[in-house]
Design a protein around this ligand. Structure first.
Ligand code: NAD
Length: 252
């Protein structure tokens, strides 16, 4: 039963993004959903669409996941308005294709702040409540870049940050297993969203698709289905795992 529980999805504002796809997949399973995004207007649009499409309770909150007080305030709002938090999907992320020779300290920090610190702050804020209730599902959005060393759109900083999330998930899975909280990762390959913001030219994209055994880019639903599966109460024996969602572009 998920209708008495709430799932938080960060970065779920982006209209064509993976996060809103995850939010819809969770709402379709009956979860109440909290949409957190740095872009307040888009978060609100997603929350409205969730209630309209699935009849669940959904709220939105403006939240920069790198800002501890913003994270605290947003989660407090969710706790006031919706049933107990049962799932957290750390989806908010930014990419960076900058080659290592050109990476500035600021760029390195920016990529780690959102992808790693943001996931840490969100998790830290919700995890005690989950553990005290004896139920929780945490899913972190890693990337195939973490496993194969870039190759989609991510450079060294992005690959390192997303690999950091794999270690974070696995170590946390060990600590939280006894409390009924699972922690897993998904590692998507090339998924058709706006994260590359027009920076991936059509020839480059076509060459990448030609190299994918399934001969297509991934869809947000491909990722959303797996995340929703990992959040089910029945998925309680899956923890510390990484699900590859890449059309076979990285088989290892
Ligand atoms: P997207 O750019 O479409 O969406 C990202 C969302 O995160 C946006 O709504 C943005 O406003 C939000 N966001 C960014 N910084 C934030 C912050 N500091 N605080 C709160 N929200 C913030 O990206 P997407 O393609 O949907 O990617 C979603 C996740 O999946 C990311 O973690 C990304 O690294 C990962 N991923 C994407 C791909 C891909 O090919 N699209 C592949 C592997 C992994």
């Amino acid at each position: 039963m998920t209708d008495n529980r709430t799932a938080i999805v960060t970065g779920a504002g982006s209209r064509r993004g993976i996060g809103q796809g995850i939010a819809h997949a969770l709402a379709a399973q009956g979860w109440n959903v909290a949409v957190l995004d740095i872009d307040e207007a888009s978060a609100k649009d997603t929350a409205n669409a969730l209630t309209e499409a699935h009849g669940v309770a959904a709220v939105s909150a403006a939240c920069d996941v790198t800002d501890k007080s913003a994270v605290d305030a947003a989660v407090s709002t969710v706790e006031e308005l919706l049933p107990a938090i049962g799932a957290l999907v750390n989806n908010a992320g930014i990419t960076s294709p900058v080659p290592f020779a050109e990476v500035s300290d600021a760029e390195w920090d920016r990529v780690f702040e959102v992808n790693v610190r943001g996931s840490y702050l969100m998790t830290k804020r919700v995890v005690d409540g989950m553990a005290s209730r004896g139920f929780g599902r945490i899913v972190n959005l890693s990337s195939v870049s973490a496993e194969r060393g870039g190759g989609v759109f991510g450079g060294v900083a992005y690959s390192a940050a997303k690999a950091g999330l794999l270690g974070f998930s696995r170590a946390l899975a060990r600590e939280l297993g006894p409390a009924g909280v699972t922690v897993n990762s998904v590692a998507p390959g090339l998924i058709d969203t706006d994260i590359t913001a027009g920076k991936l030219d059509p020839e480059h994209k076509a060459a990448m698709v030609a190299d994918i055994p399934t001969r297509r880019a991934g869809r947000v639903e491909d990722v959303a289905d797996v995340v929703a599966f990992l959040c089910r109460p029945e998925s309680s024996y899956l923890t510390g795992v990484t699900y590859d969602i890449n059309g076979g572009s990285h088989i290892h």
